[in-house]
Structure formats: C-alpha cells, structure tokens
Design a protein around this ligand. Structure first.
Ligand code: FAQ
Length: 319
C-alpha cells in the first residue's frame, strides 16, 4: 500500500527534477491552497483589470485605437477565464471563487484600484502595468503546476501585444503637442510607483515567497522581479523622453542596475486592505455585472441541461 510518505516523496522528486505537478497527482494541502490563492488572485486581477481600461473605450481618440482597446480588454477577460479554469483543476468551483472575491475574502492586484483620468493613462497601463505583469508572468511560465504554467504561455504572448500598444499610444503623445507631452508625463507620474508595488512587499516582508520558491510556484523573488522591471523600463522611459518620478533613481555602475527610491508601503497596504482610491467602486461594479449576468448563466445552464437530456434520451432510443 502506498503511504503518505511515499506520495510526499514522489511530489518532492517531481519538484526536485523540475517537472510539472498535474491535477491527477498527489500534492500537499499547503501547495494546493497556495496555488488556489495565487491563481484566483491572478484571475480576479485580470477581470477587475478590465474596468480601468474599459472606462476609455467610448472616448478612444480614433476608430483604430478604439478597436485595439476593445480587443485588449477582451483579451483580459480571456486571461481571467484560462486562469479560473486552471484554478478549477485544483478542486474549487468558479462560483466559489466569485463569491470569495465579492465578499472581499480573496484579493486582486493593488494596481487596479487607481483611476484612469486621461487617455495617456491607457498608454501608461499598457507600457507599465502590462510590462510589469509580463516580467512576473514570464517567470510563471516555469511554475511547477502544469495548468498554471501552460495558461501563462498564451497569456504572455497576448500581454506582449498589450505592452506594445501602450508604448505606441505614448510614442504618439511624445511626438505631439506640449499639452500631449504634459498629459503623458502626468500619467507616468501617477502609474510609476503603483506599478512597482505590483510585485508585492519586500522579500523580507513577504509571507509566502520562501515556501512558494521551495515549491517552485515562484521562481524569482518579489524584489528581484521588481529590479528586473526597473532595469528594462528606465531606458524605455529615456527613449520616450519622460521623467521617472523618483529623485533617487540612478544607475549603479558596480552592479549594473538602476537603483530606485523607497516605495510608499503605507499606500500599498491601505490599497491591499480595501482602502485604496477605487476599491469600493471596483467591487461594486464587479458585483453588479455578476448580478446583471444571472439570466445569461441561467439560460446557458437551461440549454446545457436540455441538451444533456436530449442526448441521454437519444442514446436510450439507440439502445
Ligand atoms: N496586490 O507573500 P507575498 C494583470 C498580497 S497582472 C494585492 O509576497 P505572494 C494583467 C499577497 O496576496 C496582475 N495584494 O505574496 C493585466 C499576500 O496576501 P495573502 C496580477 C498583494 O503571493 C494588465 C500578501 O500581500 N498578477 O492582471 C500584492 O507570494 C492590465 C503578502 O505578499 C498576478 O497576480 C499586490 N500587488 O506574491 C490585466 C501574478 N502583492 O494572500 C488587466 C501572480 C502582494 O497572504 C490590465 N501572482 N499581495 O492575504 C504573483 O506572482 C504573486 O501572488 C505576487 C505576490 C507576486 C503578486
């Protein structure tokens, strides 16, 4: 008979060999729960993250920009759905996850609690927010849970397009009038620091990093990912001709890294705990969309039930 110790040994060997854990495999409860927490939070972020950008669909400056933005927002919905599917393989239902989000029992990324005040914000989100998301998600393509890793491969491809469309919006503004350049700078001033916060608390303050890295759910720590993001983004800011709103930002010749100033962790934790600029509006809007969509779910279920009934009576007839 196989014992728990044997299952644990097989799990450890799979992680040690850098192979994937699949839904059919035994896994420790802590591993399963950590994945459900992280994947659900990630899925919720994609879905709530549609709101700030959708706010500008009706006001996009050209038909082409409008079409691109609609496609991007739809992509984010798709990412949410792949991720909910990945979470479902761990034994939770999508309805349960929605309920936990609506009751404030599960989180979503702090970044989506900031308002989009101008068209330049849409460019800044693509460049900085999708840019930060990609740095994190490239790492997650190598995560140890198979369904999560595979979802990340597709998501990263789409996010690359998102980041480019953001940068393209900002390039156009950078080449524009003084007023447009001021709008661009203002958006960067407001989105820079929240983008750095997306990577989570410092490693020394992070609750989950050590264990998640042992399980190879995370493969690079919060601080190291944040540094990678800053290093790749500062030269892009120079090319755009915008200033990064950080007087302490400087290039450190010895390490070859762009060193940056202190993050406002009080603002981060207030936002994570539900007291950011837009937390209440975001959740209220999400709950309303869920309630308004009840008839669609009921109709789809009725159709599925009817179809299942027809299929079973047809197979009875055939028998
Ligand atoms: N916001 O111990 P750690 C996107 C929480 S990309 C809110 O370091 P962990 C694309 C954390 O949950 C954005 N909460 O946690 C897009 C924990 O609390 P808990 C989504 C945060 O999990 C672009 C506590 O702090 N990406 O949506 C945040 O090891 C444009 C302690 O933290 C992902 O979710 C935060 N920023 O590391 C869509 C990536 N940071 O749960 C639309 C996957 C930390 O114990 C438009 N997730 N917390 O109560 C991850 O990689 C990780 O979960 C981290 C946090 C790195 C976010």
């Amino acid at each position: 008979m196989t014992s728990n110790a044997d299952f644990q040994a097989a799990f450890d060997a799979t992680i040690g060999a850098d192979e994937k854990i699949e839904p059919r495999d035994w896994m420790p409860d802590g591993y399963r729960n950590t994945l459900i927490r992280q994947i659900a939070q990630h899925a919720h972020s994609e879905i709530i993250g549609m709101q700030p950008e959708a706010n500008w669909i009706t006001r996009a400056p050209t038909l082409q920009r409008k079409a691109i933005l609609i496609a991007k927002v739809q992509d984010e919905a798709g990412h949410g759905l792949y991720l909910y599917s990945a979470a479902e393989t761990l034994g939770v239902s999508r309805d349960e996850l929605q309920d936990l989000l609506h009751r404030g029992k599960q989180k979503y990324s702090s970044i989506f609690n900031y308002p989009t005040l101008s068209w330049a914000d849409i460019g800044a989100i693509g460049w900085l927010v999708d840019g930060a998301a990609i740095v994190n998600q490239i790492m997650l393509q190598g995560t140890s849970y198979g369904p999560y890793a595979r979802a990340m491969v597709r998501i990263c491809k789409e996010e690359s397009f998102h980041a480019r469309q953001g940068y393209s919006i900002l390039m156009r503004l950078a080449e524009g009038t003084e007023e447009q350049r001021a709008m661009l700078q203002d958006a960067v001033n407001r989105w820079w620091w929240p983008s750095l916060m997306m990577f989570g608390p410092h490693d020394s303050e992070s609750t989950h990093t050590e264990q998640s890295m042992e399980w190879r759910i995370k493969r690079i720590s919060n601080d190291d990912l944040r540094q990678m993001f800053v290093d790749q983004t500062v030269p892009q800011a120079h090319y755009l001709g915008v200033e990064i709103p950080d007087p302490d930002l400087h290039f450190d010749e010895d390490s070859g890294h762009w060193r940056f100033g202190d993050i406002d962790w009080d603002e981060f934790w207030a936002t994570v705990k539900g007291n950011g600029r837009m937390n209440r509006e975001r959740i209220a809007h999400k709950r309303k969309a869920w309630e308004d969509g009840a008839w669609v779910r009921e109709a789809a279920q009725a159709y599925a039930d009817k179809h299942a009934g027809r299929t079973s009576s047809m197979s009875e007839e055939a028998a």
